[in-house]
Design a protein around this ligand. Structure first.
Ligand code: CDP
Length: 221
């Protein structure tokens, strides 16, 4: 059967990773979480203890090996052989990732790896620039969004389920600030591709969103 490239873009906390992982499993497609890649670069840089420097971070990004090992519940992430699945989700990484992701040489390194991963098709990739920059010819592009209130509430519940305490109002601020930074940056900003389908999941369950995307895939096959 024909295998296509599915690009899922959208703002922070829209549920892209959860949805893309489930759709990938249903289709037997590889799922690539590009946000995890930018988070990995940020984690690696923070670990050096050095001051923010675009050249240093760009060099790190070109040298690191990022691997995904999907499991039933989690998509495990490794950097140069070390597991970073949890480490890349700390508030410190989240607070710094947009700044790191705005660096041209970092994006160049990541996009190169992403295109290589998608070469053979049969892939679902989520991020901010997948439909606009990484795979402008993807057969299916979805722009997945939800109100900022809903996205903050989902992230809040996720954190609580993990046993982390957090402040809903602060989360909402953090998400809005990250969306602003991601949308306003010069290189590959977050924006809906002209040929992407807008899917507002504010009032949809996970299953409904997964089914909607599976229907779109079906139409393209
Ligand atoms: O899961 P969450 O919505 O918190 O964000 P993420 O998908 O893990 O992405 C983290 C950050 O990486 C974003 O806020 C962007 O700054 C950056 N990113 C990007 O620039 N381009 C991508 N294709 C994916 C993520």
């Amino acid at each position: 059967m024909k295998k296509i490239v599915v690009a899922i873009d959208g703002p922070a906390g829209a549920g892209k990773s959860t949805i893309a992982k489930l759709v990938g499993e249903k289709l037997g497609y590889a799922y690539i979480d590009t946000g995890a890649m930018y988070r990995s670069v940020t984690w690696k840089f923070l670990g050096t203890g050095k001051d923010f420097n675009e050249n240093v971070i760009g060099e790190l990004a070109h040298k690191m090996l990022i691997e995904f090992k999907p499991e039933a519940k989690v998509n495990r992430v490794f950097v140069d052989g070390t597991e970073v699945t949890e480490a890349i989700r700390t508030p410190e990484v989240t607070a710094n990732v947009s700044k790191v992701a705005a660096i041209g040489s970092v994006r160049e390194a990541m996009v190169k790896q992403q295109r290589r991963m998608g070469e053979i098709g049969g892939i679902i990739m989520d991020g901010r620039d997948i439909g606009t920059v990484v795979f402008p010819d993807a057969e299916l592009k979805v722009f997945l969004t939800a109100s900022v209130e809903e996205r903050a509430m989902r992230r809040y519940k996720e954190n609580v389920a993990k046993g982390q305490t957090c402040d809903l109002a602060k989360l909402k601020e953090e998400i809005a600030a990250r969306d602003k930074a991601d949308s306003e940056r010069e290189i590959s900003p977050l924006k809906q591709a002209g040929d992407a389908i807008l899917l507002d999941s504010s009032h949809m369950t996970i299953d409904e969103v997964v089914q909607a995307i599976l229907n779109m895939v079906e139409e393209r096959l």
